[in-house]
Design a protein around this ligand. Sequence first.
Ligand SMILES: [Fe+2]
Length: 290
Amino acid sequence: MTLTITPISSSVLGAEVRGVDLSGPITVSDRRRIYEAWIEHAVLVVRDQKLEPGQFSAAARMFGDILAQQLKKFALPDHPEVGTISSRDLPVVDGKLHVRGEEFHTDHSNFSAPPKATILHAVNLPSRGGDTQFCDARAAYDDLDEATKAQISSLRSLHVYESTHSTRKMFKLSDKERDAMPRTSQPLVIRHAESGRPALYLNTGRMEGIEGMPDEEGYALIARLFRHATQPKFEYRHVWQPGDLVIWDNRSVLHQANADYDPTELRYLYRIMLQGKPLEAYSAQAVAHA
Ligand SMILES: [Fe+2]
């Protein structure tokens, strides 16, 4: 087999990987090519995999350290490091499945060290629907006018479990559980720890306005940046195929799920997130190099 990595869209966002079997040994040079392609393209689609849970976690470790599953009831009993996403676990409201990720976001942004990556492997797919959409938060930042870049360069937002302005449906928590959830001040523009590239860091479901800014003004700015970042020109929409393994970089993209498939069909994927580091403001780097 010969490893090939091909851009999947007209932009740099997303690449398709073929000619590799993640259940077997992979040469050091192929590992390096795959990792570097992931950093550059932010979303990698590895085709034609058939991974058992243990093989899936071994493949995930190529990219970093595994984050322990937060919700134990959605973890595999024999492989507690592997989570599951199943249509059987979703409530049906008015004949339509209800998913939590149905709005562009980045995972666990309220953590002091949000997961650097999220990895999914398709085990069972519905006959149609259930796509995952990605928007390139780096390209969205690059595309801003210079006045906006200057305006937002040192701004920060408090990320909490569920913003008072959230339109996303989060899991309902007890007061005690909610109090235990992390809350973290995050930069509005982050610097990627590996590539150094700036990116917008947005999660409208978790952002409590902008620090030091009146509420109305802060939420209006967030809404404007969110509309900008989620334009179709920044998007790659992944249509799942059997055997796909998809890994995305939470520091570079926003993502959203779709619950538009037949609720009687099984959609079942394995999921692992990888440990990240505290996020650095892009402005801190700019100042350091001034
Ligand atoms: Fe998500």
